[in-house]
Design a protein around this ligand. Structure first.
Ligand SMILES: [Zn+2]
Ligand SMILES: [Zn+2]
Length: 251
């Protein structure tokens, strides 16, 4: 399979009606990487892949809309008939302790046995089968990783949650597809600093990066995603579309 992206969840901050929070299946060859595991994203994920066949997970950060479906993933693998080996979860330092703290004592040991957390940071490069993943720093109140994912010479970039940032633009430099946080419409502002992009800011970031295509995502479920794409398109020459759950795109 060529480098491809499946959107398991496209809602920003909280789920919408029939819409899950951030989760993306990245596939190339036989490799399968889940990037983020927000509320409800495990549902769409399983339409594409058996949870036992995931090669790794990458968490951009530990806000609930990006990580709480790790609990479901843990149980799905723990009770899977194939008894899969522990799954590597690349995440910012402290993620395991933060997530384990919500579990009752009977579940904590298994959580750490079935999911093997590996702390990672901006500047690190990961290799997950056919995928090479370079981590960058996003602009967000907690440590948040953007990612530049390469396979077969194609480049997929993911902003994580970010309010712009030169290192996110570096992650998306000349990307074939840039998946970018576009939570709010600029027209509804002002918005808090240092949290998320507006559609306009996502478009400007894609333009700064020279990305070829822009997929706006993490849209607040109360907003019209097509209006978000239209706002972004006013600020970039990249081809702009809006993410929706179940969307599958070749990078
Ligand atoms: Zn978020
Ligand atoms: Zn966040």
């Amino acid at each position: 399979m060529p480098l491809s992206l499946g959107v398991c969840g496209s809602a920003g901050t909280h789920p919408g009606p029939g819409q899950a929070c951030s989760g993306y299946l990245v596939a190339a060859g036989a490799s399968r990487l889940l990037v983020d595991a927000g509320n409800g994203s495990l549902s769409q994920l399983q339409r594409w892949v058996d949870v036992a066949d995931l090669d790794a997970v990458l968490l951009s950060h530990t806000h609930p809309d990006h990580c709480v479906d790790l609990y479901g993933l843990y149980y799905a693998r723990r009770f899977h008939p194939a008894d899969p080996a522990p799954l590597t979860v690349y995440a910012p330092a402290g993620a395991e302790a933060q997530l384990a703290a919500l579990l009752p004592p009977d579940a904590r040991e298994g959580f750490s046995q079935h999911l093997r957390f590996v702390p990672v940071a901006a500047g690190d490069t990961l290799v997950v089968g056919a995928l090479t993943v370079r981590l960058h720093a996003a602009v967000h109140p907690v440590e948040t990783l953007a990612a530049r994912i390469i396979a077969d010479g194609r480049v997929l970039a993911y902003s994580g949650d970010t309010h712009g940032g030169d290192d996110v633009a570096a992650a998306a430099a000349a990307a074939d597809l840039f998946v970018c946080d576009a939570t709010w419409l600029a027209a509804d502002g002002p918005h808090p600093e240092g949290l998320h992009c507006t559609g306009a800011e996502a478009g400007a970031l894609a333009e700064q990066a020279g990305a070829r295509r822009l997929l706006v995502t993490h849209v607040n479920p109360r907003l019209d995603r097509d209006a978000m794409a239209a706002e972004a398109a006013e600020h970039t020459t990249a081809e702009v579309t809006a993410a929706e759950d179940g969307l599958w795109v070749a990078v």
